[in-house]
Design a protein. Structure first.
Length: 246
């Protein structure tokens, strides 16, 4: 896993957007996996700007999101459906027929996970997977201990994740469970780009990059991936040893 360190969040976001646009220019029908959270907001902002400037079209691409809270209807303000609509899909020319977010309100969540996994397979698999990383090293909602063999499934969120995300919910109570694309599915992506920003990610970034590959640090799985890159700002890179190229 190569790490690239950028001077600040804006530079990291700009580079992430540039990579997405490059892949689209190479292949307009690229199949992407996309994250939510605060980290990718700068990348989405930049992509929307480029779209508005007529520099890129997303109309031929396919998008899958990584995860969704279990029990939230798609128009719940804290749902990732709404997040994606407000920050990206609703602002660009993405084709709604090729834009997928797991349905947290599906009557049979296990069947919804199977359907989602099958949709990714039918699309030919993920070509470019963009990820954030949780303070505990999670990717998607694959919390520490998630099997590297896991597929899209219902998971229980860790207390730390629920606390970090609590502010999005009434009475500060985040849902206890979520649907997430699995570790094996992420690993099978042809290319992975993990984004991390801020000092509160520095420890988990260092553990992921410099520690053992272990299910207790989900992002460490990417060390075994043939084509994974980590884009960091200087704060997120601040616990790394000197072996990382700038
Ligand atoms: P964040 O979340 O970008 O809001 O820090 C990342 C994650 O939990 O994957």
């Amino acid at each position: 896993m190569r790490a690239r360190v950028f001077p600040d969040y804006e530079a990291m976001s700009e580079a992430a957007a540039a990579l997405v646009v490059l892949r689209l220019r190479e292949k307009p029908s690229t199949v992407f996996m996309l994250p939510t959270g605060t980290t990718p907001l700068g990348m989405y902002r930049r992509l929307v700007e480029m779209y508005r400037a007529g520099q890129v079209s997303f109309a031929g691409a396919t998008f899958f999101n990584l995860d969704e809270y279990l029990g939230l209807v798609p128009d719940h303000p804290a749902s990732y459906h709404v997040y994606m609509k407000e920050h990206f899909y609703g602002l660009i020319d993405a084709d709604p027929a090729r834009t997928f977010v797991p349905d947290g309100s599906a009557p049979d969540p296990a069947a919804e996970c199977e359907r989602y996994e099958a949709a990714m397979r039918e699309a030919g698999g993920i070509e470019v997977c963009v990820l954030g990383i949780g303070r505990n090293g999670h990717i998607g909602f694959n919390e520490p201990g998630a099997s590297f063999l896991s597929r899209t499934r219902v998971v229980r969120l860790s207390e730390s994740t629920r606390n970090v995300n609590a502010a999005d919910f009434e009475e500060n109570r985040a849902p206890q469970r979520a649907l997430t694309v699995g570790m094996a599915t992420i690993f099978e992506s042809r290319e992975v780009l993990l984004l991390a920003s801020g000092t509160n990610k520095a420890r988990t970034v260092a553990a992921s990059v410099e520690g053992e590959i272990s299910e207790s640090v989900p992002a460490s799985m990417l060390k075994g991936h043939p084509n994974a890159e980590l884009f960091l700002d200087e704060d997120a890179a601040s616990d790394l040893g000197s072996g990382v190229a700038g």
